[in-house]
Design a binder for this molecule. Sequence first.
Ligand code: AMP
Length: 214
Amino acid sequence: MLQTLTIALSKGRIFKESLPLLKAADIVPVDDPDTSRKLILDTNQTNIKLVIIRAADVPTYVRFGAADLGIVGKDVLMEFEGDGLYELVDLKIARCRMMVAEPETLAKNDDLGRWSRLRIATKYVNIARRFFSAKGIQTEIIKLYGSMELAPLAGLSDRIVDLVDTGNTLRANKLVEVEHIADISSRLVANTASMRMKHQIVKDVVKQIEQAVG
Ligand code: AMP
């Protein structure tokens, strides 16, 4: 019997950069999620579907078996505190870095060795908490859902933890990177049950994607 496969991913940059990798595994979506309102996309293969969801929901869909595979940023995986997910392949797409940043004016006289009682605004509460507590630095973490760069300018926090790619957003808001937390790229993940029950199709797709990444 033909095994079915569901792959969860988010639209936008990850979807676009995943297309060539999926194509290498002969998976070609029939619709474009940027123009279609469909949340489940058919592909050229009748037994393979893509589900298009928020990036932060991908680990949950895969973890609970609603999707067999997922394509998701390492930032989301680091923030997701659940088990049952296997990270299979570093897809080397949507690359950026997770950084601590602060205003240029603060950086001029800042002594990182004397950091204590920091007020940090971020979407990545768990990552920030782990990073600073490993260094023994006390923090007050303020959860935001976007536009972290605004927080120091508006006086909400001294520093932020955010993703940086070109650095243009930080520069435009007179912020500078002061600490590197992690290099980020998208990963192919699977849940343990799908790896066991759908071994053949998962293995085939993973192998072809792996070869395409190089
Ligand atoms: P940049 O101005 O190129 O440094 O991009 C920084 C902005 O884009 C920040 O608001 C980030 O949250 C976002 N960003 C950059 N790279 C990524 C990525 N790979 N995934 C998600 N968001 C990103």
